[in-house]
Design a protein. Structure first.
Lengths: 419, 275
């Protein structure tokens, strides 16, 4: 009998995780217990392997190419941050200390007490069955604090949560918990910036009470070898409304995991995403929406552009069990493939048991349309300008639905690298 | 059976003998994939003229317009096209447009996410630069476009929408004529501009075309129906069949087609193909 020899990749992955854990500072502070649990979980569970269905297309080589020794140092305040508008409260989540120092929360927002945090933290992750997910455990193992807010009533101020990981060896875990009470509403824009051999890890949990509304945007802009793992877990009570819009470009590796559970159905979920991959970037979205009661609605649009040797992955799971009668769900994946060496993998994964539902899905992968290019050229635009305009148009459909505060960040220009 | 009319490949009379020749098409042949569509088109257009090309579906009318505008799906296999003295077929589609050749599309393309106003500004500036005029900034362009909107009686709200997205058939055609009004073409080819229009929209669109016609430019209308020619009076009417212009005449030829249909054209074509 020949003993099985682990592949070089598996050894490297285990070594990377071990080294990563060894160099972390000892757990401390309000998240000490969570950190211990996360580290213990990571030590038992090495990096996900491509043998796992959920990670089949996601090569983690850009992550393990980063030296596993990180520090949670602060990036200097970059000049490229725009001034926030008057109706925007910007909280910087990458600085040491309390992000609320010197800030006062607007009416309708309040901090959760330590007891409330202890009680609520991880609840939504558990509801969404993702508390043991690797990117979540990585965040739990490293995040030293959590921004935990209660939302009561309609909050007129947009909450802007900005975090930047600039420089080699920077680790940036961000953890946010939002509890929206009945009929509460809030706009949140998350901006995550990364450059150098850095690793950013985001976990946002949100509980949406009855008839509450959360409008959430994530603008994720990376450069060079920077990697990002982002996880959004939302549980929705009846008649609540979630709008979540994600846009990303520039990360060597980025993985987005929106997980939504409509606990008793009868809620509305709108998910939109735009992901761009060029160079040798890999961008991966694995979304999952689950209806646990009747009359829920989902409208999901996922768009991707892959150029050069870039690779885009989308897996959109929608679960409609027997209890979720009269669910209406629509999922559309639209992709532009701009180079012969780029690659797009897109897969709807609809699991429908209920019989009285309307669920539609579609996926297209195409190059720029000849007729659209010709139309623009016939009006005097060069082929390059016409292609650029079509790309911008493709992106705009998603970007214009980001919370209004995103405009200050010039998302289109930044995403397309136009300065 | 003898043909009803004597075959004529040249205009019966030259209306503006001294006007500049803008477009000269000689024995133009073209195919799409492996299928020959144009089989020797001859047509000369002078400044100040309005020409109408009529014919059945599949006669090659739309192909002619697309070949002239440079659509990449069509391959020219023979003949020549001179545009104001230059070899048109040597030019990229955008160069043709900048030099003043305009194609009004039968089916204007919807481009989600691209602002109609921005698209109109970029295309207008491309043409202005070619004419040696200054580019217009956003404010100057908005003034110009609002003035030109009146030509087609178009709601300014359409400027803020994506190019043709969600426009009705009539709105798309008005948007085409608005583009024509902004681009100030030398030769405008309007491919089935009347299709899908009710009579009021047709009058507005035709009014725009008439408004823009001048002694310095020319218009080539491609149409199925006489009704467009009730509101735009052509100097020449050409009947196209089998990828060729079979007959050329004045406005009365269109009336004759309306009256007698296209059967006689088929018979002439059959005679020609046997010959």
């Amino acid at each position: 009998m020949v003993a099985s020899i682990p592949s070089t990749g598996a050894v490297a992955a285990t070594t990377w995780v071990t080294s990563f854990l060894q160099q972390l500072p000892a757990p401390s502070g309000e998240m000490e217990a969570v950190q211990w649990r996360g580290r213990e979980a990571l030590s038992r569970q090495p990096l996900p392997s491509r043998r796992q269905e959920d990670w089949r297309f996601t090569d983690l080589a850009p992550l393990t190419a980063l030296a596993p020794a990180f520090e949670q140092t602060t990036s200097p305040l970059p000049s490229s941050w725009p001034e926030p508008a008057a109706d925007v409260l910007r909280l910087r989540l990458d600085a040491p200390g309390d992000p609320l120092t010197g800030q006062s929360l607007p009416a309708g927002l309040s901090l959760l007490s330590s007891e409330e945090v202890q009680q609520a933290l991880g609840h939504t992750l558990a509801t969404c069955n993702c508390e043991q997910h690797w990117p979540v455990e990585l965040n739990q193992a490293t995040a030293t604090r959590v921004l935990a807010l209660r939302v009561s009533g309609a909050v007129a101020t947009t909450l802007e949560l900005v975090s930047e990981a600039t420089g080699d060896g920077v680790l940036r875990p961000v953890r946010v918990l939002l509890l929206l009470e009945e009929k509460a509403s809030l706009d949140v824009l998350q901006v995550q910036l990364g450059a150098g051999a850095s690793l950013s890890s985001l976990v946002l949990e949100a509980h949406l009470g009855r008839e509450s509304q959360l409008r959430h945007g994530l603008l994720a802009l990376g450069e060079g070898p920077a990697c990002l793992l982002a996880h959004l877990a939302v549980e929705q009570e009846p008649r609540s409304r979630l709008e979540s819009v994600w846009a990303s470009h520039g990360w060597a590796l980025s993985r987005f995991e929106p997980r939504v559970v409509q606990v008793d159905g009868e809620a509305t979920t709108n998910l939109k995403a735009l992901q761009l991959a060029d160079g040798q970037q890999l961008v991966d979205t694995h979304s999952r929406v689950e209806f646990r009661g009747p009359e829920g609605q989902l409208d999901q649009l996922h768009k991707a552009i892959a150029d050069d040797r870039g690779r885009s992955v989308f897996n959109g799971a929608v679960k409609v069990p027997r209890a979720a009668q009269r669910t209406k769900a629509a999922q559309l994946s639209r992709n532009l493939l701009l180079s012969s060496q780029a690659r797009i993998d897109t897969k709807p994964e609809l699991e429908i048991v209920a019989d009285d539902v309307r669920c539609a899905h579609g996926a297209t992968v195409s190059r720029l349309q000849t007729d659209e290019l010709f139309y623009l050229q016939s009006r005097g635009l060069s082929a390059a300008v016409a292609a650029g305009l079509l790309k911008r148009g493709f992106c705009e459909e998603v970007l214009r639905t980001l919370p209004g505060a995103a405009v200050a960040w010039s998302p289109l220009q930044r995403l397309l690298g136009e300065g | 059976m003898a043909p009803f009319f004597v075959l004529s490949l040249v205009p019966s009379a030259v209306i503006r003998p001294d006007a500049d020749t803008l477009l000269e098409i000689v024995d133009l042949q073209a195919r799409v994939e492996d299928k020959p569509i144009l089989k020797g088109v001859n047509l000369t257009i002078k400044a100040g003229e309005i020409h109408a090309v009529m014919g059945r579906n599949g006669s090659g009318k739309s192909t002619l317009s697309k070949v002239l505008a440079g659509h990449p799906a069509y391959t020219v296999t023979g003949g020549s096209v001179r545009y104001r003295g230059a070899d048109l077929l040597d030019l990229e589609p955008e160069q043709r447009a900048r030099l003043g050749l305009f194609l009004g599309f039968q089916y204007p393309v919807e481009i989600p996410g691209v602002s109609n106003l921005e698209f109109l500004r970029v295309s207008t500036n491309a043409r202005r630069l070619e004419k040696g005029e200054e580019e217009l900034d956003t404010f100057a362009f908005e003034d110009l476009v609002r003035e030109r909107l009146e030509v087609v009686q178009m709601d300014p709200a359409f400027l803020d929408r994506s190019v043709n997205e969600g426009f009705s058939g009539g709105e798309k055609k008005r948007n085409e004529i608005l583009q024509m009004a902004l681009l100030d073409p030398v030769v405008a080819i309007l491919d089935e501009t009347d299709s899908g229009l009710d009579i009021d929209a047709l009058r507005i669109v035709a009014g725009g075309v008439n408004h823009l016609a001048s002694p310095e430019n020319a218009t080539l209308l491609i149409t199925h129906y006489q009704r467009l020619l009730d509101v735009i009076t052509p100097d020449y009417v050409h009947v196209m069949a089998g990828g060729r212009i079979l007959r050329t005449g004045g406005k009365e030829l269109a009336l004759e087609l309306e009256d007698r249909g296209y059967d006689w054209v088929d018979q002439e074509l059959a005679v020609l193909e046997v010959a």
